[in-house]
Design a protein around this ligand. Sequence first.
Ligand SMILES: [Zn+2]
Ligand SMILES: [Zn+2]
Length: 342
Amino acid sequence: MEKMKAAIFKGNGILKVEEVPVPKIERDDQILIKVRAASICGSDLHALHVPPGQVYDTDIVMGHEYFGEIIEKGAGVTNFEIGENIAVNPCMPCGECWECKHNMRNLCVKPRHYGQTCDGGFAQYAIVESSQVYHLSANINPDIAAQTEPLACVMYSLGMVKPSPADYVLLYGAGPIGLTYIKALQAYGVKHYAVVAKGAERIQEAKNCGAPFVIDSQNESVAVRLQEEWGQLADIVLDAVGRGPVLSEAVKLVNSRGRIMLFGLNHNAVSEIPPATYTQKELTMMGSLGKDFPASISLIESGIDLTSFVTHRIELDEINDAIDLLNNKKACRVIVYPNGIE
Ligand SMILES: [Zn+2]
Ligand SMILES: [Zn+2]
């Protein structure tokens, strides 16, 4: 039996690279891909935290942000060809729960999820269902193609917030998701946006991505800087940090009728907010969990640059070192190449 390397989640904060059998196609709608590149998500860090901020099943191959080349396909797969590059939507709704039956399949309460409840992409090969994949062009940049999923999440959330070029947008967070938001806001034509970031590296990365100004959360008052730079509060606050205190601050920094978008899922986060502020300002608060793959792929194929914040390109064996670097904020976007760095 052919073997491959895969990073398996063992529970209790443990991720182990092991030799396991290459998975086999068992149903007509399945595709075997050679994983070209994968990216490490903040959710993976939460899942590896003890206690976990997100709960994954144990003994599964982790990794839900990846793309690959089709090696083999089931007889029922007619619209994808061997040799083609595909992006993978890891979340497979159950079709049975209340959410699924009310046209909210992205909010399915018991989805199968590659890299979280079943095998994912931190491996040399992976099985995916044909309902979950999208065409990518032949000469796509692998560092960017590996980020199709996080960009799809960001584009879905912006589809809810609907920023206009005239809006003033305050973005919390300059990690991989925050920086992806910067690129997406630029694509939306938003002119006035500010980034709140922590630590010299993150502040510099936000500037490198083109942020008009970056507020140092440890040494500056966000309210004071907004008044200095804009002379007003924000129309939209985007929380790409996912820790509770940001929400408490956001309600003070948003204009009347403003929108607050909560992105990032951390079950350990808690927030205190005064409900009266919502009433007085007629605020709208939104959360987003969906993924807009067509929007993401459209931006990627038209040249959105997500490479400036790729700090590490690694082999699968180095994944635990990279996770330590991410936890210590010494890395930003890490791209894993299970079949060797391209
Ligand atoms: Zn993710
Ligand atoms: Zn469901």
